[in-house]
Design a protein around this ligand. Structure first.
Ligand code: 7TS
Length: 405
């Protein structure tokens, strides 16, 4: 799928053609996205929403066009529901600050799951410390899927918010978000979906999911770093206080009283990343030109092939097989005597052969503790990967393991 649009994929690493399978960490960028960044700084760089001059108006228009593209991408009702942030982590921190200040009090409960990325744990933990609230955790079943029965048991009238990943960044499992939202809403509880690993791979529709908030990062979907999105239903964003103060987010400022701007600017303090948003708009165009459904089905086939090929190898344990997955597959390798080959060692030997994968805890230590291993090796695909990439990876992996047997 249009591999030639991604110049970095022609690189050699340690004298071998690069096989990039660390897409869950960040994706590579197509030429159109890089060109957009050069274009912005070469032709219309100026601060947005402030100047009456030509360049500022062009910059503002481009930034706001990008917001519309994001709204369309996730089927938000309006672009007022799209807040640009620095990334998923920033989005969750902002929500924890804003929602937390307004809605959470001593003794209230926030629910996350056992498989969350640290970004969807620590901001809530910090909120719980500030407010003397309590964090509850959805446990995993034997097959590593979320235990929905247990979830039903911990939802109660003290629960203020449920925040869960749509797709696990370690296991690649697609969680039953629609069901989680339905169960929470039956009790009047809001749900935040961490879409960092789902929006890049699935056609996510916030109205169909009916989630209250959705957060994701541009850099994991062919866009630039330093840009992310906090989607919130208008009814929530109208009600919640700003998370940060500064320029742009105000209507009037005086030492006696400051009033706030309208949505979405109320949540965007300071000069926004308008070059990033413009480039992200180009990444969205690029994805939509290929078709989100086409990308999803291509990547799904590739990830299935990856899981199948890994499963045929002796001495490899693949986690959470035969479950709905998107993008990522985690595994560990073992010696003949059953001892674990450290994932870091596997990663280094793969790197020597030009194959980039992720090893370690993947910023999800509670999940890794649950698996009772020091970490996993994770291979994750994007639209530009091919079956040949997977074959090269499997051959390299066999060689790597041979060295430890
Ligand atoms: N949530 C999930 C599910 C993630 O996978 C990540 C990043 C984040 C939040 C944080 O995103 P950021 O853009 O703010 O950093 N995940 C990974 C990963 O799996 N390897 O490197 C980063």
């Amino acid at each position: 799928m249009r591999r030639e649009d991604f110049p970095i994929l022609n690189k050699q690493v340690h004298g071998r053609a690069l096989v990039y399978l660390d897409n869950a960490a960040t994706t590579q960028k197509p030429q159109v996205v890089m060109d957009a960044i050069i274009e912005a700084y070469s032709h219309w760089n100026a601060n947005v929403h402030r100047g009456v001059h030509h360049l500022s108006q062009v910059a503002t228009q481009n930034h706001e066009e990008a917001r519309k593209k994001v709204a369309k991408l996730i089927h938000a009702q309006s672009e007022e529901e799209i807040i640009f942030t620095k990334g998923t982590t920033d989005s969750i921190n902002m929500l924890a600050r804003s929602f937390g200040d307004a809605m959470v009090k001593e003794g209230d409960e926030i629910i996350v799951s056992q498989l969350e990325h640290h970004s969807n744990i620590v901001p809530w933990q910090m909120l719980c410390e500030r407010k003397k609230a309590v964090m509850k955790v959805i446990p995993l079943r034997e097959d590593l899927s979320l235990d929905i029965e247990a979830f039903k048991g911990i939802l109660n009238k003290k629960t203020r918010l449920v925040s869960v990943a749509h797709v696990s960044n370690v296991l690649g499992i697609v969680n039953p978000i629609k069901e989680i939202v339905k169960l929470a809403h039956e009790k009047g509880i809001a749900v935040c979906v961490d879409g960092a690993q789902s929006v890049p791979h699935l056609a996510v529709d916030v109205q169909k999911l009916d989630c209250d908030f959705l957060v994701f990062s541009a850099h994991k979907m062919y866009g630039p770093t330093g840009l992310g999105v906090l989607y919130g239903k208008k009814k929530w964003l109208d009600k919640l206080p700003p998370a940060e103060g500064g320029g742009e987010m105000i209507e009037h400022v005086s030492f006696e009283k400051t009033t706030y701007n309208v949505l979405p600017y109320k949540f965007e303090a300071g000069t926004p990343n308008y070059v990033g948003s413009y480039a992200f708009g180009k990444a969205i165009d690029y994805m939509q030109e290929i078709g989100l459904e086409n990308i999803a089905s291509y990547e799904n086939d590739l990830a299935k092939y990856l899981e199948q090929q890994l499963s045929t190898l002796p001495n490899i344990h693949v986690y959470a097989t035969n479950q709905p997955k998107a993008g990522a597959v985690s595994f560990n390798a073992y010696r003949e005597d059953g001892t674990l080959i450290h994932p870091f060692d596997v990663g280094v030997l793969l790197d020597r052969q030009g194959v980039a994968v992720r090893t370690g805890h993947h910023c999800a230590e509670p999940l890794i503790d649950h698996l009772q291993v020091p970490g996993t090796v994770r291979a994750s695909v994007a639209m530009y990967n091919t079956k040949e990439d997977i074959d090269t990876f499997i051959t390299a992996l066999k060689k790597a393991i041979m060295m430890f047997l």
